[in-house]
Write a protein that binds this ligand. Structure first.
Ligand code: NAD
Length: 260
């Protein structure tokens, strides 16, 4: 299926690895020009080279922390216009809420709520004036089914989800702009591996035991891949998905146990 977005410009945040990279790959394959960002330049340049080898859209790489005003300004400056915005950043650490102070909360809110809101603010009206825009917020399955040790994530991402639910239905909806959440369950990325390594150290159980146990808890009996996450993201950004807005789409191999 031709997604009808060839030649559009996308800003894909936090995309040197994992889910962001999966989204960038799928968009570049569709002929979308992308600006990708990440904090570390080495992995970012390696990913940019990989994306260029797909012979799709143009690829620009901007190193910087997307959770800072400078990082956002540099990313936006590299993108001639933002037709597609993929909001993403590292997730907050796990822990016990009794140990989190005001600074820990503000760091999580800044990264996983205020940063995407700032980027939406910087781009959404121009999208509406051109009559086309796609915004996808990479959040987490924790928005639908909170995970007790990920309280910072549950809180910050639910705040973003509530905010977006209002904006998606505002006057931009009639002007070609959609905003949706894409909610990962368990995906085989560095984040899932490093989380499992930490749990292994903490509990003394072998990495492989914990990895297999986690996998078996997913009805699909496997973890998701960044590429399949990216393909769903690209579809949400397609012309065909123009009537899909204000939704939170869970991609979790059946892990969420509810009917709706
Ligand atoms: P990952 O660690 O594999 O990749 C994260 C990417 O983000 C890297 O490219 C890193 O350089 C970049 N990055 C991190 N912080 C950044 C910042 N401040 N500025 C710019 N770039 C930054 O992680 P992932 O698994 O792809 O996760 C992406 C998001 O999805 C995270 O917020 C994570 O919490 C969330 N999530 C992931 C899973 C999963 O199973 N992988 C599940 C639920 C939620």
């Amino acid at each position: 299926m031709d997604l009808g977005i060839k030649g559009k410009w996308a800003l894909v945040c936090a995309a040197s690895k994992g889910l962001g990279k999966g989204c960038a790959k799928a968009l570049v394959r569709e002929g979308v020009n992308v600006v990708i960002t990440a904090r570390g330049d080495d992995a970012l340049q390696a990913t940019a080279a990989e994306l260029r080898a797909l012979n799709g859209g143009e690829v620009r790489a901007v190193a910087g922390d997307i959770t800072t005003p400078e990082g956002r300004a540099a990313a936006l400056a590299a993108c001639p216009q933002v037709d597609i915005l993929i909001n993403n950043a590292g997730g907050p650490p796990p822990g016990d809420f009794r140990e989190w102070d005001r600074a820990a909360w503000f760091k999580a809110l800044d990264a996983n709520m205020v940063t995407p809101i700032e980027l939406i603010k910087a781009t959404v009206d121009d999208m509406a004036s051109r009559g086309f825009g796609r915004i996808v917020n990479i959040t987490s399955g924790a928005v639908k089914a909170p995970i007790d040790t990920l309280g910072l994530s549950n809180g910050a991402r639910s705040g973003l989800t509530g905010f977006v639910a209002g904006v998606a239905r505002s006057n931009i909806a009639a002007r070609g702009v959609t905003i949706n959440g894409l909610l990962p369950g368990a995906f085989d990325t560095d984040r899932l591996r490093s989380g499992t390594h930490s749990a292994s150290k903490k509990t003394g159980q072998a990495f492989d035991t914990l990895w297999q146990r986690r996998m078996q808890a997913v009805p699909a009996q496997r973890f998701g891949t960044a590429d399949e996450f990216g393909d769903v993201c690209a579809f949400i950004c397609s012309v065909q998905a123009g009537y899909l807005t204000g939704q939170n789409i869970l991609l979790d191999g059946g892990a969420y146990p509810g009917t709706f």
